[in-house]
Design a protein around this ligand. Sequence first.
Ligand code: HPA
Ligand SMILES: [Zn+2]
Length: 335
Amino acid sequence: MTIHATLPKAELHLHIEGTLEPELILELAARNNITLPHPTLAELRAQYEFTDLQSFLDLYYANMAVLITEADFADMTRAYLRRAQAAGVRHAEIMFDPQAHLGRGIPLTTAVGGIESALAGSEAEFGITTGLIAAFLRDETEESALAVLDELLAAEAPIIGIGLDSAEVGNPPSKFIRLFRRAREAGLRLVAHAGEEGDASYVSDALDLLGAERIDHGIRAIEDAALVKRLAADQVPLTVCPLSNVRLRAVDTLAAHPLPQMLSSGLNVCVNSDDPAYFGGYVEQNFASLVAEFGFGTDILERLAGNSIRSSFAADARKAELLAELDGWRAAQGS
Ligand code: HPA
Ligand SMILES: [Zn+2]
């Protein structure tokens, strides 16, 4: 195993629907008698050339059509956990898109039940502790999100928090103030995508208007020096996804990615895979690309992994256990 795979880490920015590999899409389509618009592996794979966030989202939502039964959701989730174990992931906080499934006529209980049945066995089977986050689609209305949140709460769905994803620009945090207030009152943790395609104001508004505890992406915060100072002072966690940013052209090249500048500005950044089946790599491949591009050494890898563990919503005892494992990893590097 490479050192990027042995590095003990938490993955905090992961859309479970974005882990559907093309092979599994075809397998589930066959199992459910669904005819796909791109029915062969070659044709399907040819669709994975994205020009921006929306061109990715169009395929991501279309491919979800193969998820019909609880077993489908469970198989997808177990495949991710198996792959994450090989990537050195020891704790995973997993987002899913309840509205995307409800919109296709799939009951919430099917999606949540299937994902949860895989998560329930994760610690024993894969050594990965987990948390489930319901992400709301920011291009749908706040009323829709509120209704789905109420349904999740009424069903006592095993979620630890809520997030905000999908098309960012034109759907700012101010649209979801009531949603986040209600989730906070229900005792849920709060995260939001911000500053992926949207400018730095999306990041500050997610903090100020929504009370987000963690920002997914946040890379465009770097354009606002005052915001960078604030994020550094408050050590706001930013779940950065380098290969995603390259594939969705949020940055021109990996060499142009702001991660090194974010690190030198003292920001609390960690590395994540976002939608690994779509963006060319799981989390250890994100680390490997960063090492190849920027020459990050053991100290930076340890800092990034430490940030991921400390920024997680895992219990304090679990965080302490993983930080001790990270110490052990560092010692084993002989430095
Ligand atoms: O990278 C993403 N950005 C926004 N919404 C998403 N939904 C799945 N992946 C993403
Ligand atoms: Zn994301």
